[in-house]
Design a protein around this ligand. Structure first.
Ligand code: SAM
Length: 289
């Protein structure tokens, strides 16, 4: 098999010129041109020759070449149809890769895992388009995709949001969702000059290792996430008001007061002060049977 060569900016420029490629801002196209960062992502994703890997947004196939060498099989989903002939060219020597021209938010990833990996957990690796980071991650977690880990490049600020706890302005629904499903670890900080074109923001690689069992016990996961969303919708309001004013919940004032009291929380507490354990306990307090 050919060695990956696209991480070298010289080769990336050659490919872009050969196809007269025009970057599409609306697709969040910032291609990686740093071999050290590519090596770091591959090492952090802990891929072996047994693994089936899903790549989201292969671009011109830079990381795909590395993934192809490390994994048993790679499926790469790319939305931009102008990149498809380029990928056919750059991946022609990498036979274990299949490219799907589609929007990742419309692809049934669980079905791909069933058909191509016998339903066993897949590894997701991506330099994500930043405009849809949150829906992509939430979609993978919530749609019952069998997952081992997700190793992704995201905006630095979003990586911080995934890792943080109460007391930080970055703490929110994304932090709690990620920490319910996975253990987050920031693997590397990546400056703008590692991409072409350069993004305006700093980036970070974060690995989310899926828990076999979530770290807290909750009787109704969907209810907990509705409660979490309601609590952060009105960040500056009390938990009581957040839950009362939510269109997604229909608890009475008395029921909310009782649940808050059962958890030993103050009636004036704000939702943003609660830990994941406390959100789980609060959810369980609403379920009486
Ligand atoms: N992986 C390449 C790299 O590291 O050089 C490209 C990364 S670039 C940040 C994001 C890629 O995701 C682009 O190729 C873009 O066209 C693609 N993309 C954007 N939105 C997408 C979507 N909804 N579904 C699939 N791919 C998407």
């Amino acid at each position: 098999m050919t060695k990956p060569y696209l991480g070298d900016p010289k080769h990336t420029i050659e490919v872009l010129q050969k196809y007269d490629f025009a970057f599409q801002k609306r697709f969040g196209q910032n291609f990686l041109i740093d071999t050290h960062v590519l090596d770091k992502i591959i090492a952090a994703s802990q891929i072996t020759k047994d693994d089936f890997v899903l790549e989201i947004g292969p671009g011109i196939g830079t990381m795909t070449q590395y993934l192809s060498v490390a994994a048993r099989e790679v499926v790469a989903v790319e939305i931009d149809k102008t990149l498809i002939p380029i990928l056919e060219d750059t991946l022609s020597e990498f036979p274990n890769v299949t490219v799907i021209n589609d929007d990742i938010l419309k692809v049934d990833v669980a079905k791909i895992a069933r058909e191509r990996n016998g339903g066993r957990p897949v590894k997701v690796v991506a330099n994500l388009p930043y405009y849809i980071t949150t829906p992509i991650i939430m979609g993978l977690f919530e749609n019952q995709v069998p997952l081992d880990s997700i190793t992704i490049m995201v905006q630095k600020e979003v990586a911080d949001r995934m890792k943080t706890g109460p007391g930080s302005k970055d703490y929110g629904a994304l932090s709690l969702a990620v920490q319910y499903y996975a253990k987050p670890e920031i693997v590397a900080n990546v400056p703008p000059n590692c991409f072409m074109p350069r993004p305006k923001v700093g980036s970070a690689v974060i690995r989310l290792t899926r828990y076999e069992q979530p770290p807290v016990f909750v009787k109704d996961e969907h209810l907990m996430f509705r409660i979490i969303r309601a609590s952060f919708n009105q960040r500056r309001k009390t938990l009581m008001n957040g839950l009362k004013n939510s269109g997604e919940l229909s608890f009475s004032k008395e029921e909310i007061e009782a649940a808050i009291e059962t958890c030993g929380l103050s009636p004036s507490v704000r939702g943003e002060a609660l830990t994941l354990e406390q959100f789980a306990a609060l959810t369980n307090a609403f379920i009486t049977e």
